[in-house]
Design a protein around this ligand. Structure first.
Ligand SMILES: Cc1cc2nc3c(=O)[nH]c(=O)nc-3n(C[C@H](O)[C@H](O)[C@H](O)COP(=O)(O)O)c2cc1C
Length: 224
């Protein structure tokens, strides 16, 4: 088991996985750990849908079909980041995008290759385990904050067991289709997915190194 710092520091979003299976017991173990995440007033807003084997294949087939038949992006349920991108967020977003596409051998303007790369989201990047997360769609921003903690806990508990993950907002694009597909209760919606498995260390895209701002850019120590 890795130390907490080791698990946090070695977590990266992995976008190519080995086919090696991850047992249901291991996934359940990770979720047992993650469920200890805090949530305001202990509301525990998370609902988790785990896909492996034939069930994962069926889900992938369904979404891939829609993805390739319908060139239009399906819409998100709500604002994901910001209405109009501005600095410094825009530069960070562009950098990670171009660094990633660069590793994937995709140049600016190569839309078909870009779309093919995007479609890998909806194959869970070849991971043996795909996870979809749902939430009651009328829950407020504090509950979404709780959800983020839960998802990070899943990532870290997975990392502690030698596994890697990629959180995927992309799956939220298909919230309407997925709601029907999973026959979710009225209020529930899928907002995010996750790939989980063993990293394919040979894959160029997994060499992506993302940067973070230094502390003095985002921390104010108030004293005296
Ligand atoms: C909530 C959330 C949603 C994300 N959605 C996607 C996604 O749909 N597809 C993808 O390839 N990466 C996705 N990412 C990964 C981010 O791009 C990544 O976390 C960020 O660039 C920092 O890189 P790192 O995770 O390797 O440290 C997502 C991450 C988070 C936390």
């Amino acid at each position: 088991m890795l130390s907490v710092d080791e698990a946090i520091l070695s977590r990266r979003s992995v976008r190519a996985f080995k086919p090696d299976e991850v047992s249901q017991e291991t996934v359940a173990d990770i979720l047992e750990v993650a469920k200890r995440s805090p949530s305001g007033t202990n509301t525990q807003p998370w609902r988790v849908h785990v896909f492996t084997g034939a069930a994962k294949d069926r889900l992938i087939d369904t979404v891939q079909k829609v993805f390739w038949e319908d060139a239009n992006e399906h819409s998100h349920d709500r604002l994901h980041y910001m209405e109009t991108w501005r600095e410094p967020y825009l530069a960070r977003r562009r950098k990670v995008g171009w660094d990633l596409y660069g590793l994937a051998g995709i140049k600016k303007g190569e839309w078909e290759k870009t779309r093919e790369f995007h479609s890998r989201n909806f194959r869970f990047f070849g991971a043996p385990v795909g996870i979809l997360f749902s939430v009651d769609n009328d829950m407020g921003w504090m509950s979404w904050l709780d959800y983020g903690m839960f998802i990070q806990s899943v990532c870290i508990a997975a990392r502690g067991r030698g596994l890697h993950t990629c959180a995927q907002a992309a799956w939220g694009t298909y919230h309407a289709l997925l709601k029907d597909y999973l026959r979710l209760p009225d209020k529930q919606m899928i907002h995010c997915g996750m790939s989980l498995g063993f990293e394919d260390t040979q894959a160029a895209v997994n060499a992506l190194e993302t940067v973070r701002e230094p502390l003095d850019e985002f921390v104010t120590f108030h004293q005296d």
